[in-house]
Write a protein that binds this ligand. Structure first.
Ligand code: SF4
Length: 282
C-alpha cells in the first residue's frame, strides 16, 4: 500500500514550544509543576508527563488552593484574571501561550478599551475562546454556526471587532463573516486571526484526502483541530478514520492495495505518526 503522510501533520510551532517548556521545567528539577489544563489535547503525552510528576490544575478553585510550585500556561492561553491569580498566590508562572493567541488577546483588549463589542468566530467553550473572552471588557458574542450569525443580526451592534479562534475552519469563517457583514455598523473591524499553520494543515489534508482511497486522521478525542481535519477529509474521502493511537487502527478496514493518506492534529507527537505510517506499510 502506498502511504502519503502530510508534511504539516503533527505538532505546530505553538504546541511544540509549550511542550518543550514543560520538559525544560522537569529538567531544571522544578517541583511541583502544574499545567493549567492539559498541556495539549493528547492523552499519551499527558500520561507521560504525569509519570514525570507534572500535575494538571483544572479549575480556578484548584489554583486558589496551591501554595507553592510552578504553573505553566498552555498554548491556548487563559483569561487575564488567571495571571493575576497565579501572581496573588505567589506561584512561579511560565507563560507558554502561543504568540499568535497572545496577539488576539492584545487585539480584543485594545478594541474593548475603545468600547467595541467583540465577536469571536469559534466554538464557545473551547479553552482558547474562553481565554480570549477573559481579555475583553465589553460584551462578547461567540459565533460558530450560521444560525448564530443570523441571530446576531437581530439586535443592533454599533461598533464591533471580529476575531477568530486560531484553529477555526477558514471557509466557515468566510461564510460567517459574510452573514455578519449584512448589517450596517458605525465601526467594523474584521481580523482573520486563523493561524496559518491551521490553514496549511487543513488545505494539505483536503488535497491528500481528495487523491487517496483511505485517509487516517490522528489526534486526541478532545482536540478541536483534529475533529475539523476529520470533517474536511471525510468530505473528500468517504473512507476517513479518526484514531488516537496505533491501537485504534483497524488495518482490515483499509484497502489492501491503493493509497492511504495520513494527517494529524497539532497535538499529535511525531513518533505516533511514524508508528501509524509504518503499520500501514506492512
Ligand atoms: S495552531 Fe497556530 S496559533 Fe495554535 S498553537 Fe499552533 S501555532 Fe499557535
Amino acid at each position: 500500500m502506498k502511504v502519503i503522510v502530510a508534511k504539516t501533520a503533527g505538532f505546530c510551532f505553538g504546541v511544540k514550544r509549550a511542550v518543550d517548556q514543560v520538559y525544560r521545567q522537569i529538567e531544571e528539577g522544578k517541583k511541583p509543576i502544574y499545567t493549567y489544563g492539559p498541556i495539549i489535547h493528547n492523552e499519551e503525552v499527558v500520561r507521560e508527563l504525569a509519570e514525570k510528576g507534572v500535575r494538571i490544575v483544572e479549575t480556578e478553585e484548584e489554583l486558589r488552593k496551591l501554595k507553592e510550585g510552578t504553573v505553566i500556561i498552555r498554548s491556548h492561553g487563559v483569561p487575564e484574571r488567571i495571571y493575576r491569580l497565579i501572581e496573588a498566590q505567589g506561584l512561579e508562572m511560565i507563560d507558554a501561550t502561543c504568540p499568535f493567541v497572545k496577539k488576539i488577546h492584545r487585539i480584543v483588549q485594545s478594541h474593548s478599551a475603545e468600547g467595541r463589542e467583540i465577536v469571536i468566530i469559534g466554538n464557545d467553550g473551547h479553552p482558547e475562546v474562553e481565554g480570549i473572552k477573559g481579555w475583553c471588557s465589553t460584551p462578547v458574542t461567540v459565533i460558530g454556526e450560521e444560525a448564530e450569525a443570523e441571530a446576531f443580526l437581530r439586535e443592533p451592534h454599533p461598533a464591533i471587532c471580529v476575531v477568530s479562534q486560531t484553529t477555526f475552519n477558514y471557509k466557515k469563517f468566510d461564510k460567517l463573516v459574510e452573514i455578519i457583514s449584512k448589517m450596517r455598523y458605525d465601526k467594523l473591524d474584521i481580523l482573520n486571526t486563523i493561524c496559518s499553520a491551521t490553514e496549511e494543515r487543513q488545505s494539505e489534508a483536503r488535497q491528500i484526502a481528495g487523491q487517496v482511497d483511505s485517509m487516517i486522521v490522528i489526534g486526541g478525542s478532545h482536540s478541536s483541530n483534529t475533529r475539523k481535519l476529520f470533517e474536511i477529509c471525510k468530505k473528500e474521502c468517504a473512507n476517513t478514520y479518526h484514531i488516537q493511537t496505533l491501537k485504534d487502527l483497524d488495518i482490515r478496514r483499509l484497502p489492501s492495495r491503493g493509497c492511504v493518506g495520513i494527517t494529524a492534529g497539532a497535538s499529535t507527537p511525531n513518533n505516533l505518526i511514524e508508528e501509524v505510517s509504518k503499520q500501514c506499510q506492512i
